[in-house]
Design a protein around this ligand. Structure first.
Ligand code: DAH
Length: 367
């Protein structure tokens, strides 16, 4: 008879009628349990069967011995059998619980190993965008002017003729309107247009703000030019305006020279050439020594040694009249730069369209 079969009989039937014999019978059961537990593999289904065989309510070993060994035990043996049943029960439960925890931990470990990420694998590289050359140039320009007390303001791209022309001292039939061929907004009763320069923001700023004024104005401007290698119907400017009670031509020249050195390098020299703009008097074209040859003459500067940078001048007192400033007490200077031009010049870009085609082979040259 196997030990398992023995649990279906009573102790008496088994001939275990002394306390020693009872203890032996329980020791044999425990040894059997240990043996079976030790020979379990990792299969969870087989483990379940094993657990039920020992602890199952109906025919598990523990129930069997409670029914067959304990209940039928003689009065004298009952306390011994009871004690042995309890001992075996706690032992089996403790072993099963500890094995259950072990198996759970092992399963968790296996799952973790399955989901583990190999940190040594190279990642997926996502290309990170960079700022466009125009944006980078704007930032350089703004940083230079911010460093000497200017602030940055922006304004509308759709303007009225008043701000774009009249208040800048460009009267209706003034020839200066001709060389800024203008896009007008169809159907606009007040003749709205796309601003041809950032200068209208001089007027808008002075209308709103009492002197002193020190601003730069970045922004897009539009002209009806036929696109070619140096022209487009949209380009970028940055406007500057400084007005205060005692700004002199020396301040103007000093500011311009500081700017040129900061933008092109400490060796760059500046030259002012007489020019004409209705809103400045006197007006000047600001030239810098050629950044390629340093002034000795080359193909880039057409052998002149100089490169034209931007237009500027002392604010024409007539402009103050449009914004309610007291012309006798104030003075100032203004300038307007083509940012595309400055970027092309500084970085040796030969064709304007390259700035707008968004070809990464071009863009990635300016990380
Ligand atoms: N607005 C002029 C243009 O677009 C550029 C300019 C010249 C602006 C002289 C100024 C200035 O503020 O003083 O051609």
């Amino acid at each position: 008879m196997t030990t398992h079969e023995a649990t279906t009989r009573t102790l008496e039937q088994l001939g275990k009628v002394s306390p020693e014999a009872v203890s032996e019978a329980f020791a044999a059961l425990r040894a059997l349990f240990d043996h079976e537990a030790a020979s379990q593999g990792g299969d969870p289904e087989k483990w379940k069967v094993f657990v039920i065989a020992w602890t199952g309510r109906k025919s598990g070993v523990l129930s069997q011995i409670t029914d067959n060994w304990l209940k039928s035990a003689s009065k004298e043996l009952k306390p011994v059998v009871g004690q042995e049943v309890n001992r075996l029960k706690s032992y089996i439960e403790a072993v099963l619980e500890s094995r259950r925890l072990d198996m759970e931990a092992a399963a968790e470990q296996a799952a973790a190993a399955r989901d583990a990420v190999d940190l040594s694998l190279p990642g997926i590289e996502r290309a990170i965008g960079t700022r466009h050359l125009i944006r980078q140039t704007y930032e350089q320009l703004q940083r230079i002017f911010l460093s000497i007390g200017f602030s940055v303001v922006e304004g509308p791209e759709i303007e009225t003729p008043y701000y774009n022309f009249e208040a800048l001292n460009i009267a209706e039939h003034h020839p200066a309107r001709d060389n800024m061929d203008t896009f007008y907004i169809a159907g606009s009763r007040c003749g709205h247009l796309l601003r041809t320069h950032t200068s209208p923001m001089q007027i808008r700023t002075m209308e709103k703000q009492k002197p002193p004024v020190r601003i730069v104005v970045p922004g897009k401007v539009y002209r009806r030019d036929n696109p070619d290698s140096t022209h487009g119907y949209m380009f970028h400017q940055i406007e500057g305006l400084a007005v205060d009670t005692d700004i002199t031509f020396c301040d103007f020249k000093g500011t311009v020279e500081y700017f040129v050195r900061e933008f092109l390098g400490p060796k760059a020299k500046t030259r002012l050439r007489p020019s004409y703009f209705p809103f400045t008097e006197p007006s000047a074209e600001v030239d810098a020594t050629c950044h390629v040859c340093g002034g000795s003459g080359c193909r880039v500067c057409k052998q002149s040694g100089w490169i034209e940078l931007f237009g500027a001048g002392m604010v024409n007192p007539a402009v103050y009249g449009f914004v309610g400033y007291e012309a006798e007490k104030l003075s100032g200077f203004a300038f307007g730069m083509g940012v595309d031009r400055l970027a092309m010049m500084k970085y040796g870009v030969s064709e304007l369209p390259l700035l707008y085609q968004n070809d990464v082979r071009f863009l990635s040259q300016f990380p």
